[in-house]
Design a protein around this ligand. Structure first.
Ligand code: PRX
Length: 654
């Protein structure tokens, strides 16, 4: 089988890199696979600050893993306090730029002061280890302060992306049985305000368990403050003491819960631990980003997604980096905002998504060419497969053909990057996340779990546990077992299809379940469907992903409507808006098609596969103003397929 030509690490990059040759890298990987416990144990002892050293490296009772048991530590101490004793004390920990060009720089010392003050506030309000706090904040330094203050006390945080609706916020508060919410008056997006406090107010109507909401005044928007429940961040901080001892927590203490989409309507609360998570996010900062002391590092993700947790906050701060945080949109006020930021702060390491790259390509080369991007040393990509054309553009236009690109594959559940080139050692191929990192035992298998030959498509699995793996789904061990470990007992099923080429390189092809990936945002088709059927006009709905040049995938929803409702384009428009209101505007369907019937199996299961094929391969004529008879099209597109599966559904009540 032929393999794509590889691009070797530039010699000057390799010369200065931590792992600077393929041989050194292979040796590291060999050592890690030969004795994973010795490998991770040595790294954990040397790389983390412990209050009490751990006794056992791994306790693996599939599918439940415990790493570094017997040890106690604190994530905040590891991300902040331990950098205060040497020259990092006055190093910028966070450089922040607001959408309106405001700038704030928090040194490690200043970050420590603020985190301690907020931790004292939380203690004063009666919060303690094991309690749960929702963080619903824009991309401002206070988000980092809030996460770290929780971690300092052993309070489990759950950050909810500020683009989520009040309804999505409420379901997360409920599931987590949270007691506290930390929010802001509003966020900023493309010159507009996002009413965060208002959303919190609506959610709190139904969440009696929340005792307080702490409100940071960011934009100055008018908000209602309910006496006794709502507290002003700045007032609380004013009188708060500047030192606060960190709570030692066991290695396995949950650091956070992050909700992500699964294959049912209900989001999954992915639980991450303290020690294993920190170890692997920190290690990958070194292996994948080849972080140096003087670097300015910028990950453009939002703090509300796992990339923001692992690669804006915990990984970079644990590694003592300077992490840049930008509040706003990439194209605000003009499409060159990212390149302006890179030039202004002399960014060295830049980590973004394929969707962002594709939108930059559309905007044209003039925008990056206006700016001096010569500070860049390394580029990263995450969240979805990167198509070779986008990869090549990124390499040439942004990286000046001198920066290696790390295409990093991982998931909310994996906590840290698992497949990626190590940039000074591993040659890259555009579109491939290349090889598993040290300590990661990946494979591509068929339905029966047998490895498939090189070049053939199969399912991506992980054969052994790794330190930053999820520890479960919040209070739902059955779903944890069922979602990840039931198909291949003892092995982790990623939900992704992949193939491995003759060089052992992995090509991740995308999800094989009912999860779709729109602009790197993971969405459950079932979640969208359950929101759709809550609308009074909708009888049934089926959501599928359609390949999209810009976003990777676009969301298309087919819906049958109840008798007495007219299938107008106004209704289709209203339904798109409905999904946006119920989940968040990032989930607004590209298209809602009002149809007479949905294709079903004899047992009544909607055949999404057929609809997927339909939106992928066929131009469906007509617009959304008319009810279309899909049965003919569906029969056509199903020719030669399984009879049982092709049985078409009867039109819904008319
Ligand atoms: O399908 C894979 C895709 O994103 C999924 C994970 O989504 P999420 O949990 O939201 O985390 C996104 C950020 C880590 C994966 O199952 N994915 C992520 N990175 C890549 C990717 N697909 C191909 N190449 C990647 N580099």
């Amino acid at each position: 089988m032929s393999t794509t030509a590889a691009i070797h690490p530039p010699a000057d990059f390799a010369a200065g890199a931590r792992i600077s040759s393929r041989a050194a890298y292979d040796e590291l990987r060999r050592l890690a696979l030969a004795d994973p416990e010795a490998f991770w144990s040595a790294r954990a002892r040397a790389g983390l600050h412990w209050f009490t050293p751990f006794e056992t490296v791994l306790n693996w009772q599939p599918p439940f893993a415990e790493w570094f048991t017997g040890g106690t530590l604190n994530a905040c101490t590891n991300c902040v306090d331990r950098h205060l004793t040497g020259s990092r004390r006055n190093k910028a920990a966070i450089i922040w730029e607001g959408e309106n060009f405001e700038q704030r720089i928090l040194t490690y010392q200043e970050l420590h002061r603020r985190v301690c003050k907020l931790a004292n506030v939380l203690l004063g309000l009666g919060y303690k280890k094991g309690d749960r706090a929702i963080i619903y904040l824009p991309m401002i330094p206070e988000a980092a302060v809030a996460m770290l203050a929780c971690a300092r006390l052993g309070i489990i945080h759950s950050v909810v992306f500020a683009g989520f609706s009040s309804e999505a916020l409420r379901t997360r508060m409920d599931d987590l049985e949270a007691q506290l919410v930390i929010t802001a008056d509003a966020g900023r997006r493309r010159g507009k305000e996002v009413p965060l406090k208002k959303n919190v107010d609506a959610a709190l109507e139904h969440c009696p368990g929340i005792r307080h909401s702490i409100v940071y005044r960011h934009t100055g928007a008018a908000v209602e403050m309910r006496e006794g429940r709502d507290l002003d961040w700045t007032e609380l901080m004013r009188g708060s003491a500047e030192s606060c001892p960190a709570e030692p927590v066991p290695s396995e203490h949950p650091l956070y819960v992050l909700y992500t989409s699964g294959t049912t309507g209900k989001p999954k609360g992915v639980v991450h631990s303290t020690a294993g998570y920190l170890l692997q996010t920190q290690s990958t900062m070194e292996w994948v980003f080849d972080l140096r002391e003087e670097d300015v590092y910028w990950c453009t993700a939002d703090i509300g997604w796992v990339t923001g947790h692992s690669y804006i906050i915990y990984g970079p701060l644990a590694a003592g980096a300077t992490t840049l945080m930008y509040e706003g949109a990439p194209d605000w006020p003009e499409p060159d905002r990212f390149w302006r930021l890179i030039e202004k702060y002399r960014v060295n390491l830049f980590y973004t998504s394929p969707t962002a790259i594709r939108s930059f390509i559309r905007q044209g080369n003039a925008y990056p060419e206006r700016h001096d991007l010569s500070s860049l040393r390394l580029l990263g990509s995450v969240g979805e497969p990167i198509n070779p054309a986008a990869w090549n553009w990124y390499h040439a236009i942004i990286g000046g053909s001198r920066c290696p690109i790390v295409d990093t594959w991982w998931q909310t559940e994996t906590g840290a990057i698992l497949l990626s080139p190590v940039p000074g050692a591993v040659a890259t191929k555009p579109g491939s996340a290349t090889l598993p990192l040290p300590g990661i035992d990946a494979d591509v298998v068929n339905l029966k779990g047998e490895p498939v030959p090189d070049g053939e498509q199969g399912y991506l699995i992980l054969r052994t546990p790794w330190p930053s793996m999820l520890r479960g789904l919040y209070r739902d061990p059955e779903r944890y077992q069922e979602s990840y470990w039931s198909r291949y007992p003892g092995r982790y099923f990623t939900g992704d299809a992949a193939r491995r080429d003759a060089d052992g390189y992995y090509w991740v092809l995308g999800r094989v379940d009912d999860v779709i990936n729109v602009s790197g945002h993971r969405m459950s088709t079932m979640e969208v469907e359950s929101v759709m059927v809550r609308h009074p006009a909708v009888a049934e709905a089926a959501a599928v992903g359609r390949p999209d040049e810009l976003k990777g995938q676009a969301l298309v929803v087919f819906a049958t409507i109840k008798g007495g409702t007219a299938p107008t384009s106004a209704l289709a428009h209203e339904l798109r808006a409905w999904v946006a209101t119920e989940i968040g505007s990032f989930a607004r369907p590209e298209e809602v098609r009002l149809v007479e019937g949905l294709p079903k199996t004899r047992s009544g299961k909607i055949m999404r596969r057929l609809l997927r094929e339909l939106v992928t391969t066929r131009e469906v004529k007509g617009d959304t103003t008319t009810i279309e008879d899909y049965s003919v099209l569906l029969k056509l597109s199903g020719e030669g397929k399984d009879e049982e599966e092709l049985l078409l559904g009867k039109p819904a009540a008319s």
